[in-house]
Design a protein around this ligand. Structure first.
Ligand SMILES: [Fe+2]
Ligand SMILES: [Fe+2]
Length: 287
């Protein structure tokens, strides 16, 4: 791997060591939570601004903000589980000792995050919403599997970070949820930096040897992965828990609404711009 990734990995390792904490004492989880609170920013709630939203009382909206947060935290648990699998598989698998060192911190931090997200869900909702993602085995061109693994990490972490930052800054949001979001953002800043450099690196290394079809396939994959990731933010299980009518219909109507499309465009803008800058996707790429 090239020089700059070693340099970045070294800097990030030093920062991780400096920011090291004990997850079991770092955040205090009270025995119970009052659901008459905002658990996330109302604007981040999937049905925000719809007629169904307008029909809810303030109390119902706050309860919905609780289930939306349980969904957001649940999808972090699922994302981090597969991230840990993928990262563990890559330990000592490349010849760059600095990258290996940093992967140890990456794994350590993701495991801590999962503990926070999972504890919140289990303790206050008594469950984690099940994972809806399906994975199909397939063949890859050289470097393609590696690149796609880091694309998945990138899309997942970049979107999550938009939610973390928004909720962490929002004074309406209750303290524990703000703290979990803020702490996650702090660690993720390093993962995002690493993810961006490694993606650019892998693309520069392997894409010149890929066929036109492989490259087109990779770009199609990126688009689909964004959409699959976004779909998880509109979970019918939330609406079932809220007792809302026609939950599946509500998912498709909300997902297709102009408001939701604008929201996704805003939340995906920074990451898409980065991919365009690296020429990983073309200028006219749209979700
Ligand atoms: Fe994380
Ligand atoms: Fe992360």
């Amino acid at each position: 791997m090239s020089q700059d990734i070693s340099k970045v990995a070294k800097i990030l390792t030093a920062q991780s060591i400096k920011g090291f904490y004990n997850p079991f004492t770092h955040i205090k989880f009270p025995e119970t939570l009052d659901r008459r609170n905002w658990f996330t920013s109302p604007e981040l709630i999937s049905i925000y601004g719809s007629s169904e939203w307008e029909a809810l009382s303030e109390e119902q909206r706050q309860t919905l903000s609780f289930f939306e947060t349980v969904n957001f935290f649940s999808l972090n648990v699922h994302g981090e589980k597969s991230l840990l699998e993928g990262l563990s598989r890559r330990l000592y698998d490349n010849n760059d000792a600095d990258v290996t060192d940093y992967i140890h911190h990456f794994i350590d931090e993701e495991n801590k995050h999962m503990y926070f997200f999972g504890t919140f869900c289990e303790k206050y909702a008594g469950k984690i919403y099940p994972d809806r993602k399906l994975i199909f085995p397939r063949e890859y061109a050289e470097g393609e599997e590696e690149f796609l693994f880091f694309i998945k990490v990138f899309v997942f972490e970049e979107i999550v970070d938009y939610y973390n930052v928004t909720a962490a800054r929002d004074e309406r949001v209750m303290a524990l949820s703000r703290e979990i979001n803020a702490n996650h953002h702090e660690d993720e800043a390093r993962h995002l930096a690493f993810g961006r450099v490694i993606l650019n690196n892998l693309f520069k290394t392997y894409s010149p040897q890929w066929s036109t079809e492989t490259l087109a396939g990779v770009r199609e994959y990126i688009k689909n992965y964004y959409m699959t990731t976004w779909r998880e933010y509109y979970n019918p299980d939330i609406y079932i828990d809220m007792g809302l009518a026609h939950p599946y219909d509500l998912v498709s109507r909300t997902f297709e609404s102009t408001k939701a499309k604008e929201h996704r465009a805003t939340a995906s803008r920074a990451s898409l711009n980065y991919l365009k800058k690296c020429r990983i996707i073309e200028e006219n790429f749209e979700l």
